[in-house]
Design a protein around this ligand. Sequence first.
Ligand SMILES: Cc1cc2nc3c(=O)[nH]c(=O)nc-3n(C[C@H](O)[C@H](O)[C@H](O)COP(=O)(O)OP(=O)(O)OC[C@H]3O[C@@H](n4cnc5c(N)ncnc54)[C@H](O)[C@@H]3O)c2cc1C
Ligand code: FES
Length: 258
Amino acid sequence: MNKRVGQLQLIKKIKLNYNNYLLEFKADSILSDIKPGQFVNIQIDRSPSTFLRRPISIYDVNYQTDTISLVVKIVGAGSETLTSTEPGSIIDMVYPLGNGFSQPKAGDKCLLVGGGVGVAPLYLLAKEMNINGIKPFILLGARTAEDHILLSEFNKLGEVFLTTNDGSLQVKGFVTDHEIWSNSLNFNKIYCCGPEPMMKAVAAKAAKLDIDCEVSLENLMACGFGVCLCCVTKTHDGHKCVCTEGPVFNIKDLEWQI
Ligand SMILES: Cc1cc2nc3c(=O)[nH]c(=O)nc-3n(C[C@H](O)[C@H](O)[C@H](O)COP(=O)(O)OP(=O)(O)OC[C@H]3O[C@@H](n4cnc5c(N)ncnc54)[C@H](O)[C@@H]3O)c2cc1C
Ligand code: FES
C-alpha cells in the first residue's frame, strides 16, 4: 500500500518479557499489501530526547481487522515512552515504509535467522511463506532463555532451532555456532535480521556456502523518507538510504567485509 501518515489507536499491549512488548494498533484506514520487512516510523512525543520518530518493524498485520502489531524492545527514552502508553491512546505513525523482503520462489528451502528483537519482521515473512506453501526453518538466537520471545508463534510456522549465549536454552553460543549450518539441508535462501555483528557473521556463512541472503539493516534514522541521509549504507552501487532503498538488502550488494 502507499505510505501514509496515520493516527492509530493502541488497542492491545502484551508484556512478552522483562523488556519486550507486543503492541497492537487499529489503523485509521484500510490496510492492504504490507510486505514483510516493512516498518512504521512512530512519533513518540515532542520532548527533546524523543523528538525524532522511531522506526519499528511490522511484526504482523490483520487485514480483516485493519490492525498492525509491533514488537518493541526497551532500549532508551523513545521505546520506554512507547511501551508505557496505555491502550486507547492514539499514536501518529508513517507507514508502511521500506522495501521489505523478496518473496522466495515455490520450492525454495528457506532459513530465517533472527537475533533478539530482530525476530520481529521474520514472523510476517514466515506467515506469508506458509500461505505460499513454504515451511521455513527458523533459527533464533538470544542472550538467555528469558530473552527468547514469541517462540510459540514461530513454532506454528516452521521448524524452530534456538541458541542462547549462556546455554540456558538449546544450543550454547551464537546462531552461527548451530549445527544446522553443517547439516546438509541445502538451503537456497537465507533471510536475517538482528544486531549487525550477527548479520555479518550470518552473511559470511551464507557467502561461504554460496546461499542467496537478504539482511534487514537497523541503521539509526531521522527523517525516515530519504532526505537527511543519516541512515545511508555503502553498497557496490554507491551510498543508499536504508529508510527508502532498504531496510532489506541482498548481501551481494553491500560493501561488507565478510
Ligand atoms: C528499519 C528498522 C526497524 C526496527 N525494528 C525494530 C523493532 O521491530 N523493534 C524494536 O524494538 N526496535 C526496532 N528498531 C530499533 C529501534 O528503532 C530503536 O531501538 C529505537 O529507535 C530506539 O529508540 P529509543 O528512544 O528507545 O532509544 P535511544 O535513546 O534513541 O537509543 C538508546 C540506545 O540504543 C541505541 N540505538 C537506537 N536505535 C538503534 C538502532 N536502530 N540500532 C542499534 N542501536 C540503536 C542508541 O545508540 C543508544 O545506545 C528498528 C530500527 C530500524 C532502523
Ligand atoms: S532517515 Fe533520513 S534519509 Fe533515511
